[in-house]
Design a protein around this ligand. Structure first.
Ligand code: HMG
Length: 417
């Protein structure tokens, strides 16, 4: 039997505070519907300087290990996907290894390509295991980021922060990946970037949306070509994309998933054997199908709407959001996933939800993690945003979590709760 490889379990970590998106809209003199209906947001995580990408990654990885009884001596690779690392040289993964007292026998490294870094890590881990080189060992891939555009910017309501830790193994209770079907599209574009030394991203917002959609089209068509060849999907009464039970997208803001889904459907409507009979206007209208969006996409966005953009982790928050609600119902069904990283690269891949998904999501207990958060006012959010990154407040982390305590002689020192 072909070896199954994929995601066995996941855990999340989020900043302790969040701001209500309608409060932010009112403070900015913006009609709240622009942020809620226009962008699809509800709440936005607010990370303080103590909650850096290391602290969030360590908190998520620690929760993953504890809740799932992971034997660290069976983990041979620890990867952190991040675009908000804390050092040009020392890996976030090394910090996590030290904070969690993990064995020395594992490969540790970070992967960076904007929001795609986590998927790059997931694919490296999956293919390492599938190749046999892992010799039965598992990998931990952590996606950890803080999305920051700054006060009074267009990107402000699309900020956020957090981490998702994934256990990757030959026992894919959550999602067995269809190895070899992945489709990729990469281009050299300046849509979103963060020059060295800057805390805030620079973004050409509307252009970034068109780059995302362009790259999605290439990646999806690449996956579809292989999926058709392997008879995973077919041209029939339903479109190939409609044969996936759900489709998860990179979610910089929730409305982007709707735009992405329209684009994916347009690819099928344009390329299908019957496309000659339809006009471009009719195809564009059919691509916008509300029923298709409701059936395939909407149920995955609950966590993203409450946390905001988490760059590398956004797609995996959508996975957590989907499986915490529908893990049992989707067992045995195939879903599609679209990862996008500015700069840019997109990768479309698929996998089959495992029989153990509902049980693993109960162990992740994502709702309990979110329930501990504190809602803060816009004034408090602005105070936190103005704190210097190298002077964290002296707060005690919750049990099992980590915080940056201080930076002494350029060394970052963390404290555990
Ligand atoms: P904006 O220009 O202020 O907003 O910034 P807008 O005018 O485009 O309006 C947004 C939506 O709200 C529109 O809907 C409006 O119609 C609607 P759409 O036409 O797009 O469907 N709207 C309203 N709806 C209801 N009631 C109202 C109302 N008013 C307006 N009263 C923008 C929006 C997303 C550009 C900005 O927030 C931004 O720059 N965000 C950051 C960039 C971003 O998220 N890009 C996404 C693609 S790139 C990506 O995903 C990669 C990334 O994650 C980084 C990485 O890879 O590392 C960002």
């Amino acid at each position: 039997m072909k070896k199954q490889v994929g995601i066995e379990a996941l855990a999340i970590a989020v900043p302790r505070r969040y701001v209500d998106i309608e409060d932010l809209a009112r403070a900015r003199g913006v009609e709240p519907a622009k942020y809620t209906a226009g962008l699809g947001a509800k709440e936005m995580a607010v990370a303080d300087p103590g909650e850096d990408s290391v602290a969030l990654a360590a908190s998520a990885a620690s929760r993953l290990i504890q809740r799932n009884g992971v034997d660290p001596s069976r983990v041979g690779m620890l990867v952190v996907g991040t675009e908000t690392g804390v050092d040009h040289s020392k890996a976030v993964a090394s910090h996590v290894q030290g904070l969690l007292k993990l064995p020395r026998t594992m490969r540790t490294f970070d992967t960076q390509h904007a929001c795609y870094g986590g998927t790059a890590g997931l694919m490296a881990a999956t293919e390492w295991i599938a190749s046999g080189a892992a010799a039965g060992r598992s990998a931990i891939v952590v996606c950890s980021d803080i999305a920051r555009y700054g006060l009074n910017t267009a990107g402000e309501p699309t900020q956020g922060g957090g981490a998702v830790a994934l256990l990757v193994s030959e026992q894919p209770d959550l999602l067995a990946l269809d190895i070899g079907l992945n489709g990729v599209c990469s281009m050299d574009v300046y849509d979103f970037w963060r020059p060295v030394g800057r805390r805030e991203a620079v973004v050409d917002g509307h252009y970034s949306i068109s780059c995302y959609l362009d790259a999605l089209s290439g990646a999806y068509r690449g996956w579809r070509e292989r999926a058709l060849a392997h008879e995973v999907v077919r041209w029939s009464d339903s479109l190939p994309g409609e044969q996936l039970a759900r489709i998860l997208y990179h979610v910089p803001f929730c409305k982007m998933a709707r735009k992405a889904h329209t684009q994916l459907r347009l690819c099928d409507l344009e390329d299908g054997p019957g496309s000659r009979d339809s006009t471009p206007a009719a195809r564009e209208e059919a691509a916008k199908s509300q029923a298709s969006y409701d059936a395939q996409v909407a149920s995955s966005l609950g966590l993203n709407a409450r946390i905001g953009n988490v760059y590398t982790a956004s797609l995996y928050l959508a996975l957590a959001g989907l499986l915490q609600g529908e893990g049992a119902a989707l067992a045995g069904k195939r879903i599609g996933l679209l990862s996008y990283g500015s700069g840019c690269v997109a990768e479309f891949y698929s996998g089959v939800v495992g029989e153990g998904a509902a049980k693993r999501m109960a162990q992740a207990d994502v709702e309990a993690v979110l329930a501990k958060r504190e809602r803060v006012s816009v004034e408090e959010y602005e105070r936190i945003m103005r704190l210097p990154s190298d002077a964290p407040e002296a707060l005690t982390p919750a049990p099992g979590e980590f915080r940056l305590a201080e930076i002494r002689e350029h060394r970052r020192l963390y404290t555990a709760g």
